[in-house]
Design a protein around this ligand. Structure first.
Ligand SMILES: [Zn+2]
Length: 321
């Protein structure tokens, strides 16, 4: 619902440079070994593999810049459809899966990405903002681990789908932390008009608008079902349809109810009287607002906690923050 400044990503990439450099070197060797073992490859698959290897020699696919990501997508194109018994395999596999396996996206999901995205401050779905981006799975699905243990993994959407562009499956600028519903909804759709990473963060194109008449009705009835909240979005009509934003937030009216009531309770004089108490506990103004809203209050912080965008928009309209 709002972009992340690409410079923040670049700073995190710098912090992880050693891991990225070592991992890329391993991948490049594996790609070359795969080509050597499968010398019979020809035509499109060979052209594709050569392009990937050539590009990998000069550009690191993990930390590839936002501009280079677009260029590589165009230059290399989509992976050719090929299924066969590749050298060293006992059964038939797809060329795409071989590339994905060499790039080792699955392992990075448990080892590298959780800390990386947590450091970046993204913990809620970047599409719907209503759920966490974490899925918990049994650890036994991961190599060399004990059964009956569970692990939290990051759920990631590939903006450019990994089934079509497996070589971009590990590119950090192609990875969008999402909830499982949005991941399923987005699937291989390449036309979702929202880019998470941008040169600068502009005001969100999305807004939850509290219908004033319905608010007046609610204040009389105190029944949250009287509330009406419209999800406004500029230039991105299909977004609401793809991610079922209206349906999701229709279930959250009780949160709006609390925010409206808080705006009545935390009025000017009550606020003044409690500020001293908060200062005593070294709670600054921004934390004070977060405390009252029950969520982060800045546009740039909406990825830190589910429902932040919804709560901020309603909170601002009723004068709570
Ligand atoms: Zn979502």
């Amino acid at each position: 619902m709002i972009s992340v400044n690409r410079r923040l990503v670049e700073a995190k990439i710098m912090e992880n440079q050693d891991y990225i450099k070592n991992d890329s070197a391993v991948i490049l060797e594996k790609l070359k070994a795969f080509k050597y073992k499968n010398r019979s490859l020809k035509h499109d698959p060979l052209i594709y593999l050569n392009k990937v290897i050539n590009e990998f020699e000069s550009t690191n696919f993990i930390s590839v810049s936002l501009i280079d990501l677009e260029r590589i997508k165009q230059d290399i194109g989509s992976v050719p459809n090929l299924k066969k018994k590749f050298n060293g395999r006992k059964k038939i596999t797809s060329f795409k899966d071989e590339i994905l396996s060499i790039l080792d996206y699955k392992n990075k999901r448990t080892v590298f990405y959780p800390k990386y995205f947590s450091d970046l401050g993204i913990k809620s779905c970047v599409y719907c903002n209503s759920q966490l981006t974490i899925v918990v799975t049994e650890k036994h699905q991961i190599k060399n681990s004990n059964p009956n243990e569970y692990i939290a993994k990051f759920q990631l959407d590939h903006y450019y789908p990994k089934d079509k562009y497996p070589h971009l499956s590990i590119s950090l600028f192609n990875l969008y932390p999402v909830c499982s519903s949005c991941n399923l909804a987005k699937s291989n759709n390449e036309n979702v008009d929202f880019k998470l990473y941008a040169d600068r963060v502009e005001e969100s194109k999305f807004f939850f608008e509290l219908d004033n008449k319905s608010k007046a009705l609610f204040l009389l009835s105190r029944n949250s079902s009287d509330l009406r909240i419209n999800f406004k979005n500029k230039f991105v009509e299909d977004y609401v349809d793809v991610f079922k934003i209206d349906e999701i937030y229709k279930t959250q009216y009780d949160i709006a109810e609390e925010i409206i009531l808080k705006s009545l309770i935390y009025n000017g004089s009550y606020r003044k009287s409690i500020v001293k108490e908060f200062l005593k506990h070294r709670v600054n103004d921004s934390l004070f607002k977060r405390f009252i809203l029950g969520n982060y209050t800045m546009d740039s912080e909406i990825h830190k906690r589910p429902n932040a965008k919804f709560m901020q928009d309603i909170g601002k309209q009723v004068g709570l923050i």
